[in-house]
Write a protein of this length. Structure first.
Length: 95
């Protein structure tokens, strides 16, 4: 089943641990991914693209998707990223 996200493709992530690598069919094709988990609560907060099987998707390799609705700010409210702080933009083709 394809994964849907309202997250952003980013270059790095902190305070996370990684699950096992697995092959996953996404809307944009087959990818090798690893789920990423919050070190505080253990919840899945997104995934890391380890490998893309299609050449046109190679730009995603090594980058992360953090699902916005799963990430909270320091005060417990919904976390939002200002336009200037965005690193990789939206991964709209996985939405």
């Amino acid at each position: 089943m394809p994964r849907l996200t309202s997250g952003s493709l980013i270059h790095d992530s902190v305070n996370v641990t990684f699950g096992e690598k697995e092959e996953r069919m996404m809307i944009t094709g087959m990818h090798t991914v690893a789920d990423i988990f919050c070190v505080g609560c253990g919840s899945i907060v997104g995934w890391k693209y380890e490998a893309a099987h299609e050449r046109i998707q190679k730009y995603k390799e090594g980058k992360f998707i953090l699902e916005r609705f799963k990430v909270l700010g320091p005060d417990g409210s919904n976390y939002t990223v200002s336009q200037e702080a965005r690193v990789g933009g939206s991964d709209a083709d996985d939405a």
